[in-house]
Design a binder for this molecule. Structure first.
Ligand code: CA
Ligand code: CA
Length: 530
């Protein structure tokens, strides 16, 4: 009887929540069939810990350095206007590894010695929590380092003929005639080969193994216990190379295991492909929207005037609808660059406000925008013909006494960094950094933008003007962009039957005003109206 009452109470509570919040719900698998309210909408900031801030003068960024910089990212006071205002951090891999980038994990339940200790990580979680910042960590499950004890045990077992050793099944180890076409293998010993699609030093785990799955459950429990909000999944499409159906099945299993531990677990996957290949992965989790990113993505193309604003808003609206059809709690993840791409300030001009406009387009858009560290100050860096990925991951330009240095392998000349440091830009009212602060503050003040039902408004005949409405919790805002150099005056009543009442804020080169339904919007400027 008591149990029935609990079920009924939860049911009634759910109805109240549905009626009041206008939010999103995930149907829980497990004891009760109630729906779990989730609100995982945030502005995120991607941090390469090793290049961010150094606390102990060894030149390598570390967790204590990151803690020292939290007030820069979010000081916990929305009104102070002093901090960037991001609400979540994605930490690139922090686990023990051999490479400087640490995508070759040697131990899934520890912190790399260069970055600090688990105690430092616990302090980071506490300090981030005080400021309303969630922490998401990179989880690299497709492969381990070849120096991981599991792989060393498997290799020894093969070499000594200990064929019943459990670690052999941890990896995709096959005999020469079992090798699959299109997959890359390396010789382990004799006739035995291991799969390594990225590198010989990154042997791929065997996700068919119950032992490996048990390890994964153990690993995610370990990090959830420490207080992470969720994970960024590296190389999500490589688990079963070229087999989307098996990948989706695996990741659905993974998400159920996450939800068993943390009901509102937040996970975002890296599926670096065209939209049609990304879409199936929205069933298990959120994904980075690679179609919007990079030099040829729709954000840059729109900011640079190659795509019309109408094209951009229609693209976002269609993509959002498609992803929601895969999963009702799907959240879009727009971004303009990450650690595997050339930095955006190299292909978007700051002087011509194209960089600012790109930021307007994706920060004031549906879902969770991801800012790559240093993007907010226009740091530059690109890879040459040789393998110089580190050029995209150079030391954060604080402009103060921080001792953080560029990672090994960097060939990018710091003299190219002409857009100024954090210190420089904090003091310039019109700096890119202060522009990002304005954008994030206004986005936070208008929760409809991230969460709302997205409705593109098509302005026939206009290429450099456009916008959309977002409706959430019974409230609608409109967001409009002008990607030309010239101001525009347009009567919104000709394009939408309901009226807007006021300007909520604007960001860009100029200003905006609303007289009746007539909007005046300066060049290279965006506005939020309500
Ligand atoms: Ca250090
Ligand atoms: Ca794999």
């Amino acid at each position: 009887m008591k149990k029935l009452w609990i079920v009924l109470s939860i049911f009634i509570l759910s109805l109240v929540l549905v009626a009041c919040s206008g939010g999103e719900y995930r149907v829980k698998v497990g004891t009760f069939d109630q729906e779990i309210p989730v609100d995982n909408y945030k502005v995120y900031y991607e941090v390469f810990v090793g290049a961010f801030s150094d606390s102990n003068n060894d030149g390598i960024g570390d967790l204590k350095g990151l803690i020292n910089r939290l007030d820069y990212l979010n000081d916990g006071s929305k009104e102070s206007g002093k901090s960037l205002g991001v609400e979540g951090l994605w930490l690139m891999p922090i686990m023990p590894a051999n490479s400087y980038h640490k995508y070759d994990v040697r131990n899934y339940k520890a912190i790399d010695i260069n970055y600090g200790t688990l105690e430092d990580f616990e302090l980071l979680i506490q300090e981030a929590d005080k400021r309303g910042i969630s922490i998401v960590i990179d989880l690299v499950l497709n492969h381990t380092s070849d120096l991981h004890p599991w792989f060393k045990a498997a290799k020894t077992a093969i070499q000594t003929g200990d064929m019943t050793n459990p670690y052999i099944e941890y990896y995709s180890i096959v005999t020469s005639n079992q090798r699959l076409n299109g997959h890359t293998y390396y010789q382990l010993y004799g006739d035995y080969y291991y799969e390594g699609n990225f590198s010989s030093t990154m042997p791929e785990l065997n996700m068919d193994s119950a032992l490996v799955k048990a390890e994964i459950v153990d690993i995610i429990g370990f990090w959830f216990d420490l207080g992470v909000h969720g994970f960024r999944l590296d190389a999500a499409k490589y688990v079963y190379l070229n087999d989307t159906a098996k990948n989706i099945e695996f990741w659905n299993w993974f998400m159920e295991e996450c939800y068993k531990i943390k009901e509102d677990a937040y996970v975002v996957g890296e599926v670096w492909s065209g939209d049609a290949s990304i879409l199936p992965y929205y069933e298990p989790f959120n994904n980075f929207d690679f179609g919007m990113s990079g030099v040829s993505g729709v954000i840059s193309a729109t900011a640079n005037g190659q795509d019309s604003v109408n094209y951009f808003t229609t693209y976002v609206g269609n993509w959002r609808t498609q992803t929601k059809s895969k999963n009702p709690i799907a959240i879009l993840h727009p971004f303009i660059s990450n650690h595997d791409m050339n930095r955006a300030a190299g292909f978007l001009s700051i002087a011509n406000h194209r960089m600012h406009m790109a930021a307007n387009l994706y920060i004031w858009s549906s879902g969770n925008p991801y800012i790559y560290y240093g993007e907010e100050i226009g740091m530059k860096g690109f890879r040459g013909s040789e393998n110089t990925d580190a050029n995209r991951r150079t030391a954060m330009l604080w402009g103060d006494k921080d001792t953080v240095k560029d990672p090994v392998g960097t060939t990018y000349d710091v003299a190219n960094q002409t857009n100024g440091t954090v210190k420089d830009q904090l003091n310039q009212k019109t700096s890119l950094l202060n522009h990002y602060k304005t954008l994030i503050m206004l986005r936070t003040q208008n929760p409809e933008i991230a969460r709302g039902v997205y409705q593109p408004l098509v302005f026939q005949g206009y290429n450099t003007f456009g916008g959309f409405t977002a409706t959430w919790n019974g409230s609608t805002v409109g967001v409009f962009h002008n990607t030309s150099e010239e101001p525009i005056t347009i009567n919104l009543a000709n394009y939408r039957s309901q009226s807007f009442q006021s300007v909520r804020g604007y960001a860009g080169k100029g200003s905006a005003s609303l007289s009746g339904q007539v909007l005046t919007l300066d060049g290279m400027t965006s506005v939020i109206v309500k």
